[in-house]
Write a protein that binds this ligand. Structure first.
Ligand SMILES: Cc1ncc(COP(=O)(O)O)c(C=O)c1O
Length: 408
C-alpha cells in the first residue's frame, strides 16, 4: 500500500524551510539612520558609495556601480560596453527573461544558444556557430550561482573581438578558477531583488575593471550627465536609474552578513549532493574543479522520470509538496518560446517590431528538455537550515521512488 502523503500517509516533514529574507535590528537601524539624515537619495548621502566600494572590493573589482535593478544593470552594462542598435548578443536560452530583454532594451538583438545539460550554463561548444558579422558580445549567465565556463568563452570572445557581459544576477561571490565572477569579462551585473541571496527588495550593481565602461555606466544611469560636467549638461543618452540610500543601507547590512550564509548554503548543498548521489533518476550537475565558489542561489538537478515509473515532472512536484518539501520546476518556457519573442512584440504596448530574428525557428533541445521535462530547483532559503532539512529532501525523493508504482 502507498505510504505517500498525497494518498493519506504521513508527510516527511510539516515544518517549513527557513524563511527569506533574514533580517534583524541592524536593517531597522540602518534605514532609520537614513530617514533621520534627510539624505535619502544617492546624490546626497554616502551609503551608496560605501556599498559600491564594499561590494567591488569583495569581488576584486575596480568599480562598483549600484543601480535600480539587475535588469537595468545588464542594459546599462551593454550600452556602456558599446553594444549598438541592431548588434547581436549571444545569450543562453535557459535563463530569466531579463537577460534577453535587457539586450533588446539596449537596442541589441538576442541570439540564443543552447545550454550544456551537465552545467545548465551556455554550452561553449555551440557559441561559435552563432557568431555572425553583427555579433558584438557574449552574455554568459552564471545560472543558479554556478559560474559559466569562462575559459572557452573568453577564448572565443578574444578570437572574434567580442565583449563579454556577465549576467551574474544570481552569483554573488561565485568564482571560476579562483576569480570572482562579474569581472572576468568586461563587466558583470548582479541583482538584489527580493528572492536573491543579498537583497534590498530591489536593486542591482555593475562591476567592471574598465575605466571607460565605468564612466559610461555612471553617465547612462544618471540622465546622461558627465561626472565633470555641469548639472544641467547632458552629454550622453541616459535615464534616471539611481538607487536610493535606503536600499544601499540595507544592502550593506545584508552583504556584511553574506559570508556566513554563503558558507552555510555551500555546506548544506554539498551535504545534499552526497545524499542524492546514489538515487537513480536524480541527475546531478557535473563536478568541475574550476567552479571554486557557487553562491547556491538554486540547487538544480535533472529529474529522470524513467526511474520514477514515468511520473511526469509536474506530478512529481505535487508529490514532493505533499511530503512537505519546497520545490520548483523552474522556467516553464525557454526565453525564445515566450509569447513576446514568438510574436516579436518588442514595441510599445505589444506592437510587433522586426529585429531581424525569427524566434519561431529557434530550436534548443537541451533548453526545452530542461523546461518541459527535467529541471528541478531547490531555492537558496532551503539551504539556510540544518542537515536534517537536507535529509528530508532525500528521504522524500526516495519515498516517492519506492511508492511510484502506486501513482496513476
Ligand atoms: C539570471 C537573471 N538575470 C537577470 C535578472 C534581473 O534582475 P532584477 O530582477 O533585479 O531586474 C534576474 C533576476 O531575477 C535573473 O535571475
Amino acid at each position: 500500500m502507498s505510504e505517500l502523503a498525497i494518498h493519506g500517509g504521513t508527510p516527511v516533514r510539516t515544518t517549513p524551510f527557513p524563511k527569506w529574507p533574514i533580517w534583524d535590528q541592524q536593517e531597522i537601524d540602518a534605514v532609520t539612520e537614513v530617514v533621520k539624515s534627510g539624505k535619502w537619495g544617492s546624490l546626497h548621502g554616502d551609503k551608496t558609495r560605501t556599498f559600491e566600494q564594499i561590494y567591488a572590493n569583495a569581488h576584486d573589482a575596480k568599480y562598483g556601480i549600484a543601480i535600480q535593478s539587475g535588469t537595468a544593470a545588464l542594459r546599462i552594462a551593454l550600452l556602456a560596453a558599446g553594444v549598438g542598435v541592431g548588434e547581436e548578443v549571444i545569450v543562453p536560452g535557459y535563463t530569466f527573461i531579463a537577460s534577453a530583454s535587457a539586450i533588446i532594451e539596449a537596442g541589441g538583438v538576442p541570439v540564443f544558444v543552447d545550454i550544456d545539460p551537465e552545467t545548465y550554463n551556455i554550452d561553449p561548444t555551440k557559441i561559435e556557430a552563432a557568431i555572425t558579422t553583427k555579433t558584438r558580445a557574449i552574455m554568459p549567465v552564471h545560472f543558479g550561482g554556478r559560474p559559466a565556463e569562462m575559459d572557452p568563452i573568453l577564448k572565443i570572445a578574444n578570437a572574434h573581438k567580442l565583449k563579454v557581459i556577465e549576467d551574474a544576477a544570481q552569483a554573488w561571490g561565485s568564482a571560476w578558477n579562483g576569480r570572482k565572477v562579474g569581472v572576468i569579462g568586461d563587466a558583470g551585473a548582479f541583482s538584489f531583488q527580493s528572492s536573491k541571496n543579498v537583497t534590498a527588495g530591489e536593486g542591482g550593481i555593475i562591476l567592471t575593471n574598465d575605466d571607460q565602461i565605468a564612466k559610461m555606466c555612471r553617465a547612462h544611469y544618471n540622465c546622461g550627465r558627465s561626472e565633470d560636467g555641469l548639472w544641467y549638461e547632458h552629454f550622453y543618452f541616459g535615464s534616471n536609474l539611481r538607487i536610493t540610500e535606503f536600499q544601499s543601507a540595507i544592502l550593506t547590512v545584508q552583504f556584511n552578513r553574506y559570508p556566513k550564509y554563503l558558507e552555510l548554503r555551500q555546506k548544506n548543498a554539498q551535504y545534499l549532493t552526497k545524499q542524492l548521489a546514489d538515487i537513480e533518476g536524480v541527475g546531478l550537475l557535473k563536478k568541475d574543479s574550476r567552479v571554486t565558489s557557487n553562491s547556491i542561489h538554486l540547487f538544480i538537478w535533472r529529474y529522470k522520470k524513467e526511474a520514477f515509473n514515468n511520473i511526469p515532472k509536474a506530478k512529481f512536484m505535487d508529490l514532493m509538496k505533499a511530503e512537505g518539501i519546497q520545490i520548483s520546476g523552474g522556467y516553464s518556457l525557454p526565453v525564445h518560446k515566450q509569447p513576446v519573442f514568438q510574436k516579436s512584440c518588442f514595441g510599445p504596448a505589444g506592437r510587433i517590431i522586426n529585429i531581424g530574428q525569427d524566434y519561431t525557428k529557434v530550436f534548443l533541445p537541451e533548453t526545452e528538455k530542461a523546461c518541459f521535462e527535467e529541471a528541478i530547483w531547490f531555492n537558496q532559503n532551503q539551504f539556510l537550515g540544518t542537515e536534517k532539512d537536507m535529509d528530508d529532501i532525500a528521504t522524500a525523493i526516495r519515498k516517492i521512488q519506492k511508492n511510484a508504482k502506486f501513482v496513476a
